[in-house]
Design a protein around this ligand. Structure first.
Ligand code: 6PG
Length: 247
């Protein structure tokens, strides 16, 4: 599928565009299937979008009772910890909307047995989509991603084992630069999503973004290069700062 790149003037415009796509894809999915599955990302740029969705103007345009929230990655901390992606999404959006616990599908990456926790999350996804928990991955309606200054996305970090995973949809991933485990969705399931949207803002992304979008193939170094939906759409929402190195 072709990718689309949109360059916007500021991080706020990136958040706004991201939120408008949420409203559009959410309403279209509910019209087609009666429900909407969305994968949220950690990071400051995605957080801006979630906060906007929590404002009255945006909030009233979404049938929240039909939305189901999943995560693309999680840090190995409890859900109340300041570093938790779940906490970020809860503070920015989920605590402001009428969603019940059965709509919120958290990654339990704080568990001592993170291998089992990753398998449990895969099973949870399979149960939601009513599909076997091995084999062909299901299709999320919408999946948001951020990109780090090193080119990582979700918790697919340069040189880590999750980059070569060909079967599992969810894995623990040891990240040497932080000396910690993360839990992350893999390329296998991310690339099956119907709509993938990157939200990228800030000057610190210039060098990596140029390599990801216009450099030679180097997935081990720039993991965001591996995001190429098989049947779905790929949209990069960039601010002027992040895109200033693109030709
Ligand atoms: C995380 C992420 C990560 C993030 C990027 C971009 O948990 O850290 O999911 O992939 O989205 O690092 O983050 P910023 O928008 O803050 O630069």
């Amino acid at each position: 599928m072709p990718r689309e790149i949109q360059i916007l003037d500021s991080a706020h415009s990136v958040a706004e565009a991201g939120a408008l796509h949420f409203i559009r894809i959410c309403n279209a999915s509910i019209k087609a299937n009666g429900k909407f599955s969305v994968v949220l990302s950690g990071g400051s740029t995605p957080k801006g979008m979630l906060s906007l969705l929590a404002t009255d103007e945006y909030k009233k345009q979404v049938p929240w009772d039909k939305c189901h929230f999943f995560w693309g990655d999680e840090r190995s901390v409890p859900p109340t910890h300041a570093d938790s992606n779940f906490k970020m999404a809860t503070d920015a959006l989920l605590s402001h909307i009428p969603a019940v616990p059965s709509q919120i599908h958290r990654m339990e990456a704080e568990k001592a047995d993170i291998n089992q926790a990753a398998q449990d999350y895969q099973n949870k996804i399979a149960a939601f989509f009513n599909t076997p928990s091995s084999g062909h991955p299901p299709q999320f309606d919408l999946l948001y991603l951020g990109m780090g200054p090193d080119g990582h996305t979700a918790s697919l970090f340069p040189g880590t084992t999750a980059l070569t995973e060909k079967n599992k949809w969810v894995v623990p991933n040891f990240v040497p630069k932080f000396n910690t485990n993360r839990m992350t969705l893999t390329y296998e399931i991310i690339n099956h999503a119907k709509n993938v949207i990157f939200l990228v803002a800030g000057k610190d992304k210039v060098a990596a973004l140029k390599e990801v979008l216009q450099g030679k193939p180097a997935l081990e170094t720039y993991p965001s290069q591996g995001i190429n939906p098989i049947h779905g759409s790929l949209l990069w929402l960039l601010d002027a700062d992040a895109s200033s190195g693109l030709s």
